[in-house]
Structures are given as C-alpha cells and as structure tokens.
Design a protein around this ligand. Structure first.
Ligand code: ADP
Length: 281
C-alpha cells in the first residue's frame, strides 16, 4: 500500500501528518520571485509549518487553500518576516527573495515589508486622511522628492487600486469614513504606493459583501500584470477565479501545488480532492 493509499484508507479528518508524504505537483517555477526551501515554523511547542518548499512566480496569483489552522497565514507571514513580531515564533529554512536570503545578515526588515506588502482580512486604514494613508509609506521611505511627485504617486496608487474616481474629490476626508470595500482598496493603494514586488493578501474579502468582493477580485486580476500576488482564501471559488497556481495545505504541510485549473479539475492527492469536493474541511 502506498502512502497515499494508506492516507485515503483512514478517516480523512484524523490523518496524521506523517501519512501526508511528499508534496505532490510542481513546487518550483522558472525565475521565481520567492524561493522557499524547507520552511518550518514553530510557535513554542506547536509545529505549525512543516518542511514547506514552494516558489512564488512573478506576475501571477498563487492561492493558498486548506482547512482552518493548516498553516496558510503562517506561511504568508514568513514571506515578509511578520512572524518575527510574534513572541515565541521560530522560523527555519531558506526564503530567497530575488535570490537573496531574507534572513541574511544586513537585511532591512522595514524595506522588506515595503517590497513585500500585506493586505489583511479586515481593512485597516490609518486614522488619517485618504491622501495621508497612501502618502504614509512613500514619506517613511523617502520615495519622492517633491510635493508634486508625492501627489502623482498618491494619484497613481489610487488609480491602480481602482479607487481614484470615487475619492479624487475628497482626498482630505478620513480613510475610515469609506465603505468596507473602499477601505480595502485604500489599503491596497497604500501597499502599492511603496512600489512592492509582491502583495500578500490574507483573506482580503472575508469582511466584504459580494459586490465589494467582486471589485477586489477584478482588481487582483489587474494587479497581477505588475506584481506577484499570494492570497490566502477560504473560498475555493475565489481561488479558482483569481489564481493561476494553487497550493493546498493540511496540518502544516504543503500537500499539493499546481496550476489552478488542474488542481480543481484533476487533483492528484486524496486530501486535495477531499477538500475541494467538500468531503471535509
Ligand atoms: P490558517 O491560516 O491555515 O488558518 P494559521 O497559520 O493561522 O492557519 O495557524 C497554523 C497553526 O498555528 C494553528 O494550529 C494555529 O493555532 C497556530 N498558530 C497560529 N498563530 C499562532 C500564534 N501566534 N501563537 C501560537 N500558535 C499559533
């Protein structure tokens, strides 16, 4: 009996991590923006991420799916060293951004988090004006030399986030006064303003209504022309709609990864199949 057959012979819900085996599918891509090798994360005694090896491709969307608690957000936080901010979290393995180890000596974490921006589940605009929300990062990183340069960057970022037409006449108004969907697009504009290479999104639509969700999904489709995007989503429909590659996690392990169309039409691992057909999860 193979490992996979042994896995499927058991109750899917009670699988041991040891029965999951090697990642199925192609975890590497040519010329990756991120190359992650044997990444492990522990929170104290909790082994939350196990030997994850996974590349992130340029100008495409990678969706991470899997049951709650399987390590998707933990992996996402590895990519811009957000786990550093969690007491007791220990990350091992190699994570290369454009070939450079993000844990290497002399790495500037503030700069890293500008290159690898993050959008959270709940929109979190600063208690500042719409303009100042977007201008915050460029000011912090000294990205512009004059007020007109900054104005232009704020305008471009809001345009790319699909928000400009809705806010151009009220840039001095509070960002927190916008609707939930607009706030999330403002947060995306704030991320874009510091000229990232990668945008991480942790369930960016889970607090939004269907119309606002559709707007963000359209935006993700446009943004992938310029940035690599890694999105954690609980919605398999969303993963299927927005991503080109999908990674399926279970109990901290990367079970399967591949082209999104293939994962959803022809999953190779029994666990992936069980999850996407709704047999557990
Ligand atoms: P997912 O995003 O797939 O829901 P997470 O990455 O949030 O999963 O969590 C993976 C595992 O790590 C879970 O068992 C969770 O309880 C644990 N975990 C996540 N964050 C912390 C933390 N800050 N401290 C301790 N354990 C954590």
């Amino acid at each position: 009996m193979t490992t996979l057959q042994a896995a499927s012979a058991k109750s899917l819900g009670s699988l041991e991590v040891g029965s999951i085996g090697q990642t199925v599918g192609q975890s590497t891509v040519p010329d990756p923006v991120f190359s992650c090798q044997d990444v492990n994360v522990r929170y104290g005694s909790k082994h939350a991420l196990r030997n994850v090896t996974l590349d992130v491709g340029r100008r495409q969307v990678l969706a991470m799916i899997g049951p709650s608690g399987c390590g998707k957000s933990t992996f996402l936080r590895c990519l811009n060293r957000m786990n550093d901010t969690i007491a007791g979290a220990a990350v091992t393995g190699r994570i290369l951004l454009d070939g450079q180890d993000i844990h290497g000596p002399g790495q500037d974490v503030v700069r890293l988090r500008a290159r690898v921006g993050m959008v959270f589940q709940k929109p979190n605009p600063f208690p500042k004006s719409i303009y100042d929300n977007v201008a915050y990062g460029p000011r912090l990183h000294g990205l512009t030399r004059s007020r007109s340069d900054l104005d232009e960057l704020v305008c471009t970022s809001l345009q790319r986030a699909g928000l400009w037409n809705e806010v151009k006449d009220r840039l001095k108004h509070a960002g927190t006064g916008l609707s939930g969907g607009q706030q999330q697009r403002l947060c995306i504009a704030r991320t874009i303003a510091v000229q990232p290479e990668v945008i991480l999104m942790d369930e960016p639509c889970s607090a939004l209504d269907p119309v606002a969700t559709a707007r963000i999904e359209d935006l993700i489709d446009e943004l992938k022309e310029l940035y690599a995007i890694v999105i954690v989503t609980h919605s398999m429909h969303q993963a299927a709609r927005v991503s080109q590659r999908t990674a399926y996690f279970h109990l901290g392990a990367l079970v399967e990864v591949g082209e999104t169309d293939r994962i959803f039409t022809n999953p190779r691992h029994r666990l992936t199949e069980a999850y996407i057909t709704g047999r557990f999860g």
